[in-house]
Design a protein. Structure first.
Length: 370
């Protein structure tokens, strides 16, 4: 111990176990400060690969992060429990936590709940709905230390989370996905995996407004790749048809949305279709942001309230949406680094778990993540 601070490094792991993507973060702490941050992510569609594969995935992430070192603390959050790989959320929470226990010692594991508290594994299992889909709170706990009054707009591969923060405290109305969907704090639209039929029911084609098929012919990843919003490397999910992720293959998938094909519609027509869908997706996010921002303004009427944008869609979806409402955008990547900003819940829960061991002063060194 040096001046009351343990001089031995603490390795804190944060796990964000999703239904499609599982993200892990390693925060190395020394002398009460954050010294190093590493983030890894893997595409693991649990409903396809099977829930029994989850422990193997977590073991692989552990080995990538720790490389022989031992985790002193492990913070966990999850959304995988919503997957239909599980009959109910209780089963999902229990399975995720048992999987984490198979990889890390139980006494170093803590689970964030929807109020930002850290629970033991047994406490989380006893009240699973308190920890189900609480990853938004992991993000909010971190951002509240950086920008005490703001609106977080986190656009991931599948969903958009909108989190109001006032005077350093998250003030979300919704505590679970159902409540969040009802009050605008969760929009089921994302940068990669969203079925285009969930965004539009008609699109302009050759001067006509044409109804779309509700088949899973294309996703938002196809739209954003052809519009140059993402690269092939960013296109981390499966394609709708099982084919590749080239520009031509994305255009072919887009043509099927109106039951056409690549021979019937030229590239210009398909790019106009993609741009129309993009605008409608921004509209979806604007609707939620407006609803939550108006509530937040009532809590802090005399403050200029910015939006902190995060996730893979932070620039081309979140930032565009808030700008259309005249809200100043702050890119979370400028506060904690680009890679960390794409995996904010895992970073937030790792630091939260570490601070429970070394003290709240750890948050003051969060700027070193950049």
């Amino acid at each position: 111990m040096v001046n009351g601070v343990n001089s031995e490094p603490l390795y804190a792991v944060g796990l964000d176990v999703g239904g499609a993507n599982t993200k892990a973060c390693l925060v190395k702490v020394g002398s009460g400060r954050i010294k190093e941050v590493k983030v890894v992510s893997t595409y693991f569609p649990i409903w396809k690969r099977g829930k029994d594969e989850l422990p193997k995935v977590l073991q692989q992430l552990k080995e990538l992060l720790l490389q022989g070192f031992e985790a002193g603390v492990v913070g966990v959050t999850m959304t995988a429990e919503l997957s239909d790989a599980y009959f109910c959320k209780r089963e999902g929470v229990h399975h995720v936590l048992n999987s984490v226990k198979s990889v890390f010692p139980e006494d170093v594991i803590s689970v964030i709940d929807c109020d930002g508290r850290l629970l033991s594994v047994d406490e989380a299992k006893a009240d699973p709905l308190r920890v189900a889909a609480a990853n938004w709170m992991a993000t909010a706990s971190m951002v509240s230390k950086l920008v005490p009054t703001c609106l977080v707009v986190d656009v991931g591969s599948t969903t958009t989370s909108i989190i109001p923060i006032a005077y350093g405290k998250p003030i979300a109305i919704g505590k679970n996905d159902l409540e969040k969907l009802a009050c605008g704090e969760l929009i089921y639209t994302g940068a990669l995996r969203t079925n285009l039929a969930a965004i539009i029911n008609r699109v302009p084609v050759k001067g006509m407004m044409v109804r779309v098929s509700s088949e899973l012919f294309a996703t938002t990843a196809d739209v954003h790749l052809v519009l140059n919003h993402i690269s092939m490397e960013d296109y981390t999910c499966d394609t709708a048809d099982g084919r590749g992720k080239s520009r031509l293959e994305c255009l072919a998938r887009l043509s099927r949305v109106v039951c056409a094909d690549i021979d019937m519609l030229d590239e210009g027509e398909l790019l106009r279709l993609a741009s129309f869908i993009y605008e409608r997706q921004i509209d979806q996010i604007v609707e939620g942001v407006r609803e939550v921002y108006e509530r937040l303004k009532r809590e802090a009427p005399n403050l200029e309230i910015p939006a902190v944008v995060a996730g893979i869609g932070r620039r081309f979806l979140a930032e565009e949406a808030v700008k259309r409402l005249g809200i100043r955008a702050i890119d979370l990547a400028n506060l904690i680094g680009s890679e960390a900003s794409k995996a904010a819940p895992s970073v937030g829960v790792a630091i939260l778990a570490a601070s429970s061991r070394v003290g709240e002063a750890l948050w003051s060194s969060i700027s070193s993540l950049r």
